[in-house]
Ligand binder design. Structure first.
Ligand SMILES: *Cc1c(COP(=O)(O)O)cnc(C)c1O
Length: 391
């Protein structure tokens, strides 16, 4: 071979004996075929075959297989963010004239997708009370094609009765999708409790280091799988193998990170309940939490994310208190090694009281720092809440 060709096509080296414990990062746009006929018949390789880099490489397939195993799913698909995972589900399964039911406590961009994009394209949505349980049957008419569940709910932690909702949905032939980001499949397996589709924001615990975005959709039904997969292909949605390799690395420590964070979070919530009114602490594993019984029935563990409801007339004071924190960072997202606190004014976004009628939330994500340093940041906030006199 001449020099210029060697530059493009390096000599083959043996992989013999190379048994790394890490999943190799296989990058590709082009997948080369052995001959013209194989290329012409490439679709015969099916939705799991290697055809084009967009649709997956062995690195992304390994991550998909690991997530399927954790979820008890037949298939998993990866998207460039958790929000993209949710929108792929909605775009693939809903047509003009259809309706999706979304819980009041859904991750806020879900409602933006419905209001700001789907509505203009003839796809309706109705917001339901996350505590509705089996009574959701009364909201299902012939236009309803999908019920979305997020449990516990974003910021306010409403634990939804997935088995009851799934039964009502399936009686009418309606699909149920659930955002399981809070618990991760280590602590809850929605497909075993009646969901047809489960979404995880891998941005959170799976990757675990606040340095990438990714989401997954896992399903059992072959027809739903093909519909989702072909929608992704038409929309040109795929993920980087480098990011997949980082998620695979993060997953290796996910169980210990989640255990540490959830242990510290529950310890903090319990200590808080002796300083401030326990009704203000929105943590499903606290016995005083309104849906504690349902959480205990369904979940194998908690998360490191929980909230404190702040009296409405303390909103201004809260910002000043948060600014004093030295170890917690202030910012969106969660599930990483750095602890985060974020004030959220949810009042204007909600139709139902749910767990937080005051409308002001301080959401905490517990990371891997020393708990004593974190508590030092929290103590003055708790003290201010404990001594707050309603105006
Ligand atoms: C963060 C989050 C998402 C979205 O994930 P991104 O990867 O940030 O798009 C979806 N659902 C829940 C419950 C989340 O907390």
């Amino acid at each position: 071979m001449k020099d210029k060709t060697v530059c493009v096509c390096p000599p083959h080296v043996s992989h013999e004996g190379f048994a790394s414990l890490a999943t190799p990062t296989y990058r590709a746009s082009t997948i080369a075929f052995p001959n013209a006929a194989a290329f012409a018949n490439r679709m015969d390789r099916g939705p799991d075959g290697y055809i084009y880099g967009l649709h997956g490489t062995p690195t992304s397939r390994t991550l998909e297989a690991a997530i399927s195993a954790l979820e008890g799913a037949a298939h998993t698909m990866l998207q460039p963010s958790g929000q993209a995972s949710i929108s792929v589900v909605f775009l693939a399964l809903l047509k003009p004239g259809d309706t999706v039911l979304i819980p009041d406590c859904a991750y806020p961009p879900v409602s933006s997708l419905c209001n700001g994009y789907l509505a203009d394209r003839g796809i309706a949505h109705r917001v339901y009370d996350p505590l509705i349980g089996g009574d959701i049957a009364g909201l299902i008419d012939d236009s309803v094609k999908l019920i979305w569940v997020e449990s516990p709910g974003s910021a306010t932690m409403e634990v939804q009765d997935l088995p009851a909702i799934a039964k009502a949905a399936h009686d009418r032939g309606v699909l149920v999708g659930m955002d399981n980001t809070w618990a991760s499949p280590l602590h809850f397996k929605p497909l075993a409790y009646g969901a047809d589709i489960v979404v995880e924001a891998l941005t959170k615990y799976f990757s675990g280091h606040s340095d990438l975005l990714m989401g997954s959709v896992s399903v059992t039904d072959e027809g739903v799988y093909k519909q989702l997969k072909s929608t992704m292909s038409m929309l040109g949605i795929g993920v980087s193998p480098d990011d997949c390799s980082l998620v695979l690395r993060g997953m290796e420590t996910m169980a210990v990170r989640l255990k540490h964070g959830s242990d510290v979070a529950l310890n903090f919530a319990t200590r808080m309940s002796k300083i401030i009114d326990p009704a203000l602490i929105l943590h499903p594993a606290l016995p005083t939490f309104p849906q504690h019984g349902m959480w205990q029935r369904d979940f194998a563990g908690a998360s490191a994310l929980f909230s404190i409801m702040i009296p409405a007339d303390m909103a201004g004071e809260l910002d000043g208190l948060i600014d004093q924190a030295k170890t917690f960072s202030i910012g969106a997202s969660w599930g990483g090694t750095h602890s985060l606190m974020v004030p959220m004014a949810i009042g204007t976004m909600r139709k139902f009281d749910g767990n937080a009628p005051s409308g002001i939330i301080l959401r905490l994500s517990i990371g891997m720092e020393d708990p004593d340093d974190l508590w030092t940041d929290l103590a003055p906030i708790l003290d201010a809440i404990a001594h707050h006199q309603p105006a």
